[in-house]
Design a protein around this ligand. Sequence first.
Ligand code: GLP
Length: 231
Amino acid sequence: MKLDVLPSREKAIERASRLFIEKSEAHPNHAVGLATGSTMDGIYRLLNDWGYTPKTMHAFALDNYEGIKPDHKNSYLTELTEKFAEGLGWKGTLHVPGTENYRHASGPEEFELALRTHGPLSVQLLGLGTNGHIAFNEPGSPFDSRTRVVRLAEQTRSDNARFFSKEESVPTHAVTQGLATIRQATSLILIVLGERKKPALLEALETPRPEVPLAALLDHQDITIVTDLQL
Ligand code: GLP
C-alpha cells in the first residue's frame, strides 16, 4: 500500500487525476472503474480542464441507488453520463449496476459477468464514506462479497441527503460491487479528502479490523491512498 499525503485538496486531486491517467494508459484496452460523489467531481473536472479523453471503450461504476429510475438526477448513470461521458467527450459504454442490462433480478450476476468479460479493470477509483464505507459496502461487509443489493447505513443516508430534496427521499438500499469484486482491479486509487474523513481513514490504517471495509483492500497488489490529511 502506498500512502500519498499532499499539502492541499487541489494537489491531492491533481495527483489522483495523473495517477488515473497513468494507470489506465498502462492497459488502454482494459475497462476503467469509476466512482461518484463530491470527491470524484474534482477529478472529472480536472480531467476535463486538461482536455483528457479516456481511451478505453468500457467504464464500470462501483455502485448505484436501488429504487430510483436510471434517468433520475441522483442515479449514478445520470451522474457519470454528465460528468464522465459528456464531460470528457467520451463515447464508450457505461456499465452501471441496476440500470439497462443490469436492472433485473439477475443484474448483479450479469454485472459480474460483464466485469469478467471486459476486465480486469486497469484502475478503479474509490472514495471513502465518513463511516468507512467503500462503494456502498458498509462496515461489516464480508471481505469476500460480490455485487449485490445492500441496505444503506443511516449515517450514509444522512451524509448523502445533501444530494436529495429531503433526507426521507434518500433510498434505503443500493446495489454495489463487493469488496472481492473491487479487489480484482489491477490498480486501486482511493482518494480521501477533508477532516470529516480522518477518523475513518485512521481507523482503517491503525486498526484494520474485519468490520472495516478498507481493511479488505490494504494488501492489494497496487493500491495508492491519496489524501490531503496530514496524518
Ligand atoms: C458515496 C458513494 C461512494 C463514495 C462515497 C464518498 O455514498 N457511494 O462510492 O466514495 O460516498 O462520497 P463523497 O466523495 O461525496 O464524500
